[in-house]
Design a protein around this ligand. Structure first.
Ligand SMILES: *Cc1c(COP(=O)(O)O)cnc(C)c1O
Length: 496
């Protein structure tokens, strides 16, 4: 019997894993969730000796039950190969009493590669399985990292096109250069005059537009999503928490069964939700520590049970976390409401009409595994400088948010549980903020001079993802108002 997926807004709306991956978002605007979270079949004791690919297969086969073994192994093998600069895929680095799980060794040096290097394979396999003849159009809003990772994954993949919208003034210089230099005849990159929430809301609207959907179908296209609302993004992200647990055992840092904590720098709530799913599978995770920057809507939510997006949107030095509407939180809300689609739909309707909602006391009790924390830009700079001075290890700004929140948590609680910090980006991607934190003389230097300086002080090689864009030509220079998104999609696809 296949594990089925249900929309968080209508329990009747069901799909197999491959259908849910093809759709991205459910027709009713809900997110697909597994009808139950399977218990990890592989024993904890066995994890220590498993490769990343073996761990990926063991975890993913339990969620994507309508893929054959051959299909799934093909997807995994194709995704986690020499595109990653280490055979470990996700190495674990110990620094100053914490374990940094480096999720940035893929093609675009951010953690989005962990899922987006496999999603194109999962999706094209799903299209074949479901006899889908229409061309898949990936429509994506990005706070900076998803865009490039999705472009890299889908560029020139037959049977697909990809359109990426990013906030014109809301991404780092390196992030923007990475996207606008993207090659591939099936790619389209567009800047929006607005912030990430504007881009994400616009994309969700296009998904929900039935008339547009019909026009698209007539022209031989269908939309899908590479955002973390796609279950095909979430499932591959569960893998590295299971893998990290095995690595900690292998290194003798923990024994099988011992509890660990996880700290995750959070934006759209996808990465930490994957950690939560890992915990629900039976991986011994104690506290799930949700780290935010100044856009601390989640910190407030975990403290009070009130989710309120009515506040100023702040551009920070961790742009991939500059988000006020964390889409994946909906999956947690659904679960803590007791898999109640009606109640979830009611709360989400409140979010869209009033910009806020309040969960019940019983739901609040269900979310006690989570601790929220936040760090300001000043604290983040200080954390980067401090850890570098103490250990020589250089964090990017997002990981530094998590690192800072972790240190404050440990001091306050005295909790000495071995802790994994999700390290979500290479410092090279945010070289300006990182170098300015470490050396105040860097302020006047240009972006690539900063990158060379970072290489010198950290004793690490400049990653290929950066070398590649040094002299690359800008191929996408369109900037539009958010009201023009639909027109831009129609233009790229050649439909009226
Ligand atoms: C996307 C991203 C995040 C936030 O991850 P979510 O899954 O959206 O919570 C954090 N750090 C970096 C570097 C990212 O690219």
């Amino acid at each position: 019997m296949d594990l089925m997926y249900r929309s968080t807004r209508n329990a009747e709306n069901q799909a197999t894993a491959s259908q849910a991956i093809l759709k991205g978002l459910a027709e009713d605007g809900g997110l697909f969730v597994p009808e139950r979270i399977p218990k990890l079949e592989v024993s904890l004791a066995a994890l220590g000796d498993m490769t990343y690919q073996e761990t990926a297969y063991a975890v993913m086969k339990q969620f994507l039950t309508d893929y054959t073994e051959e299909e799934l192994r093909y997807c995994i093998r194709s995704a986690y190969d020499a595109k990653f600069d280490t055979t470990e895929i996700a190495p674990l680095r110990e620094a100053d009493g914490a374990y940094y799980l480096e999720l940035f060794h893929g093609a675009t040096i951010a953690f989005k590669d962990m899922a987006l290097s496999i999603l194109p394979y999962l999706m094209t396999t799903a299209a074949k399985k479901n006899h889908e003849e229409k061309e898949i159009v990936i429509l994506t809003a990005t706070s900076g990292d998803t865009g490039k990772a999705a472009l890299a994954g889908f560029a020139d993949v037959p049977g697909t096109k990809i359109i990426v919208f990013y906030p014109k003034n809301g991404v780092s210089a390196v992030q923007e250069k990475q996207m606008v230099t993207q090659k591939g005849a099936n790619t389209c990159v567009i800047g929006i005059r607005g912030n990430f929430d504007d881009a994400q809301t616009g994309v969700k609207k296009l998904f929900g537009d039935e008339a547009l959907g019909e026009t698209l179908a007539k022209a031989g296209y269908r939309f899908s999503s590479a955002n973390s609302i796609n279950i095909g993004r979430l499932v591959p992200q569960i893998v590295y928490y299971v893998y990290a647990y095995g690595k900690l055992m292998k290194a003798g840092k923990i024994k099988a069964g011992e509890t660990i904590n996880a700290v995750v720098p959070t934006g759209n709530f996808g990465n930490i939700l994957a950690a939560y799913y890992a915990k629900c599978m039976g991986l011994p995770i104690g506290r799930l520590i949700c780290a935010s920057n100044e856009n601390k809507v989640l910190y407030d939510f975990f403290r009070t049970g009130v989710y309120d997006r009515n506040r100023e949107f702040i551009l920070t030095s961790s742009p991939s976390m500059d988000i006020l509407i964390s889409s994946n939180l909906e999956r947690l809300i659904y679960r803590i409401a007791g898999d109640d689609a009606k109640e979830n739909a009611r709360l989400m309707a409140e979010l869209s009409s009033k910009g806020s909602y309040t969960v019940s006391d019983s739901m609040k009790k269900e979310m006690q595994d989570f601790t929220g924390g936040f760090a300001t830009m000043t604290e983040v700079s200080a954390e980067i400088a401090k850890l570098y001075a103490k250990t020589g290890y250089v964090l990017d700004t997002h990981t530094a948010v998590a690192s800072c929140v972790y240190r404050a948590y440990r001091e306050e609680s005295g909790d000495q549980t071995p802790t994994v910090i999700a390290s979500t980006a290479s410092p090279y991607k945010f070289a300006r903020s990182v170098m300015e934190a470490i050396d105040s003389n860097c302020a006047g230097m240009d972006d690539f001079a900063l990158i060379d300086e970072l290489s010198r002080i950290s004793g690490t090689r400049v990653p290929w993802a950066i070398e590649e864009i040094r002299s690359a030509e800008v191929l996408h220079d369109k900037v539009i108002d958010k009201a023009q998104m639909e027109a831009a999609v129609r233009e790229f696809l050649g439909i009226r």
